[in-house]
Write a protein that binds this ligand. Structure first.
Ligand code: DGY
Length: 323
């Protein structure tokens, strides 16, 4: 039997690409450029499976291609807000993702942003590199203490809980959270977490607010000017979820006017073309979507996609089927 024809939209770690070469009739994106809508449509016309990632907007328009050959979108990543899931379903395409394997590393980046924004790590690094450090003094670059402060979580899924583990058990931080689909009481009790009924309650109570909800039309601009105004003036916002969960312009205004103290961001509206207003601010730590970016995790993500594709072509239900 001939091997399934598979297109991988971006380069993966070498270990994954070697496995893909063994298993499938695979095509890689040699120069690793983000594919255009027309290139994505060509892929759907010419391959049995397309393995996209967060930089590939697979819209209803892209999915309307004729003739359609692809039967599977094996997404490299847990978030799938870049894929029009309803349109995929309507066209009979199976979509899979890669949960679990990136949980810890993404939570680590949320911790890094929380610590860095609180302790002014970015500012300190820039100062030293610019040769402008004139020496220690008692009031130099004073930040905000993290240990024992309250961490507010918007969403209490896998990544939020991994952050809660590090923050609660490592930094002695009480946890308050809002999630429309909360975990069991046993899980909540494990963290000694306080569950609240509305996102506004988290914003009012927390010293640090970390966003861990999915990117979706419903969550677009969940954190807007009105909600930012509910946060403590000493509070710090962390976003490792999706850029458009926060109204980026409203956040820039809130950081400028000191409505909140600082922010740590790994994701942006319109990334990589982030709002230039962020670049003028010292009280924001900016990372280029590094949540899952460790070699171990990226290999594990690739392996998880491969597992899903193999199962699909064996006629089984892939472990991480989304639709
Ligand atoms: C995801 O998996 O959705 C991340 O944003 C990329 O790791």
């Amino acid at each position: 039997m001939s091997k399934p024809k598979v297109l991988v939209t971006r380069r993966w770690p070498e270990a994954n690409e070697a496995r893909l070469r063994d298993l499938f009739d695979v095509t890689f994106n040699a120069d690793n450029h983000p594919l255009s809508p027309a290139e994505l449509q060509d892929a759907l016309r010419n391959y049995d499976a397309v393995l996209p990632t967060v930089t590939d907007p697979i819209t209803a328009e892209v999915l309307s291609v004729e003739p359609l050959r692809a039967k599977l979108l094996g997404n490299f990543g847990v978030g799938f807000n870049h894929i029009d899931i309803n349109a995929a379903k309507a066209r009979g395409i199976t979509v899979t993702n890669t949960p679990d394997v990136l949980t810890d590393c993404t939570a680590d980046i949320a911790m890094l942003l929380m610590l860095s924004a609180a302790r002014r790590g970015g500012e300190g690094e820039r100062l030293v590199r610019a040769g402008q450090w004139t020496g220690w003094h008692p009031t130099h670059l004073l930040g905000t203490k993290v240990t024992s402060k309250t961490l507010g979580l918007v969403g209490f899924g896998r990544i939020a809980r991994a952050m809660a583990t590090k923050a609660h058990f490592g930094f002695d931080m009480p946890i308050v959270f809002f999630d429309p689909y909360p975990p069991t009481q046993a899980v909540i009790a494990h963290y000694g977490a306080k569950q609240v009924d509305r996102v506004e309650d988290v914003l009012r109570e927390a010293d640090f607010v970390a966003l861990h909800c999915p990117g979706s039309p419903e969550n677009r601009h969940l954190i807007n000017a009105e909600r930012l105004a509910l946060m403590k003036p000493t509070a710090i916002l962390i976003n490792t979820a999706r850029g458009d969960v926060v109204d980026n312009e409203a956040l820039i205004q809130a950081l400028k006017s000191k409505t909140i103290t600082a922010a740590g961001l790994d994701v942006f509206e319109g990334e990589p073309n982030l709002n230039k207003g962020f670049l003028e601010l010292d009280n924001v730590v900016l990372l280029p979507h590094l949540g899952s970016a460790t070699l171990e995790t990226r290999i594990a993500m690739g392996d998880r996609v491969i597992e899903n594709v193999v199962a699909f072509f064996k006629g089984e239900t892939p472990r991480d089927r989304v639709v």
